[in-house]
Design a protein around this ligand. Structure first.
Ligand SMILES: Nc1ncnc2c1ncn2[C@@H]1O[C@H](COP(=O)(O)OP(=O)(O)O)[C@@H](O)[C@H]1O
Ligand SMILES: [Mg+2]
Length: 451
């Protein structure tokens, strides 16, 4: 079983969306070593703002005596299957800790039964938990009861689920405004809010239609509009797009990202689909058997899978769609056009090429090691005749797969910022090395897991 980057299953055709959004790369999880990534280690702290949802050491055990022997066994490290065999209790969540920071799309991903829904339901206290704490906007939700809990949910959270039930006998605008109606908002105000939410999901023209007149994708959009209508800070989305056809589903993902770029909600999004997770998540939390296996940015999940379990998931994904040029480029080390060939070669160090810049810093010429060596062997010391202008450029945030084609020429690629200034030197060999590194990492995991 080899990873096949080119023929990735399902097709994540556009990771470009990732770069459209503000990234919140710091991980805010303090639990175990699996969850730290490059960025978190480098930052070592919390720079991307407030944590709005924090699960800390949360256990949820289903059964008649959740705090009895089952909890004792689970908390001493016994796995889900063994605890179930011993006690008949089902572990929904096993010492789960993660934080969702304000404005972030945090995706929880895992196979069916891994505990995703149980996790999201602790946030609005649809479940009482067995141990640990769940804080939402500084409030310990387990302490909330009755009308206080209801008010808290309404004020803070909008929810969208997979099989979102619209009221069949109410038209679209009344469905969207329903939550506001329950809150006692008057009709004019709730219609205005509902129309605003419908416009966000592109359905303002359907406000008077009945749900049965809409397609499945449109109904799901109405569900999203309903969650948005009360302008909650947090959106809880449990497999919200999972029942949709792949094409519609991708449109919905794009729309969610679009809406998010305008509204900056805090979104806890659940899916069993890794492609969807990587496509929309600022960070992704992978769960298995009720426990967190890894938390990281899409890049970290793909390039530094913490366990064989994660590697299994990611092997069908093309890493080239995720890794960005700046991660593998070298510092530019430009050469002066009045330097000698020998001077230029010493500036280049181990680079296979270097760029000559104009006074602004825009690259104008490329000197390759081969051209320099050829010129030197012919007794030339002057740089000018060895310079070429037929070099390629790319941006620091381009994905590796966007530069494969030009990398095939084997020449250094000029990495330029938006103003065209040189910010890096991309060596095609380094692209291949990075891809190879990731592949061998995954191969190693496979050996570990299967041999
Ligand atoms: N109300 C319940 N009673 C008993 N077991 C449950 C209940 N809800 C969930 N579970 C069990 O908890 C585990 C996690 O379920 P769930 O959170 O629904 O997983 P997911 O959403 O990842 O598919 C599963 O083993 C499931 O069978
Ligand atoms: Mg579920």
């Amino acid at each position: 079983m080899k990873p096949t980057p080119a023929a990735s299953a399902g097709g994540i055709d556009s990771f470009k969306n990732l770069s459209l959004r503000e990234r919140t790369d710091g991980t805010h999880y303090g639990g175990n070593a699996l969850t730290g990534g490059r960025d978190s280690m480098a930052q070592g702290g919390d720079e991307s703002g407030e944590d709005l949802v924090v699960l800390d050491g949360v256990y949820k055990i289903f059964g008649p005596q959740p705090r009895g022997r089952a909890f004792e066994l689970a908390s001493s490290g016994m796995g889900k299957d063994e605890v179930q065999a011993e006690t008949g209790h089902v572990i929904g969540l096993h010492n789960v800790s993660f934080s969702v920071s304000k404005g972030e799309i945090f995706v929880v991903m895992g196979l069916s039964g891994s505990g995703k829904s149980t996790a999201i339901r602790t946030v609005n206290k649809l479940h009482n938990i067995t141990a640990g704490t769940v804080m939402v906007d500084g409030v310990d939700v387990q302490t909330l009861q009755g009308s206080e809990l209801q008010a808290f949910r309404r004020r803070h959270m909008g929810m969208v689920f997979q099989h979102f039930a619209l009221f069949p006998h109410r038209n679209v605008i009344d469905n969207v405004g329903y939550g506001l109606k329950v809150q006692g908002v008057d009709k004019a105000a709730r219609n205005e809010a509902a129309m605003g939410a419908l416009a966000l999901v592109g359905l303002d023209a359907y406000s008077q239609n009945m749900p049965s007149e809409l397609s499945g994708g449109m109904q799901q959009r109405v569900g999203l509009a309903r969650a948005l209508a009360s302008d909650p800070e947090i959106l809880l989305m449990d497999e919200a797009f999972s029942a949709l056809d792949p094409l519609i589903r991708r449109q919905m993902q794009d729309e969610l990202l679009q809406i998010q770029s305008e509204l900056h909600k805090t979104i806890l999004f659940i899916t069993h689909d890794l492609n969807e997770a990587l496509r929309i998540g600022d960070r992704v939390c992978i769960m298995k058997d009720g426990a967190v296996v890894q938390i990281g940015t899409p890049e970290e999940i793909l390039t530094e899978p913490a366990t064989g379990y994660v590697a299994e998931f990611v092997q069908d994904v093309d890493q080239g769609r995720v890794i960005q040029v700046h991660e593998v480029m070298q510092p530019p080390a430009p050469v002066d056009d009045d330097a000698t060939i020998a001077e230029a070669l010493s500036v280049m160090g181990n680079r296979i090429g270097a760029f000559v810049l104009d006074p602004e810093g825009v690259p104008t010429h490329l000197l390759t090691v081969d051209d320099a060596a050829r010129a030197a062997s012919m007794g030339t010391t002057d740089l000018a005749p060895a310079l070429r202008t037929d070099f390629d450029r790319c941006g620091p945030n381009d994905r590796l797969n966007e530069v494969y084609a030009v990398a095939g020429r084997g020449l250094s690629i000029a990495v330029c910022d938006e103003a065209g200034l040189l910010v890096g030197n991309l060596d095609p060999r380094h692209i291949m090395e990075e891809m190879g590194r990731v592949e061998s990492l995954i191969d190693d995991f496979e050996r570990e897991v299967f041999l």
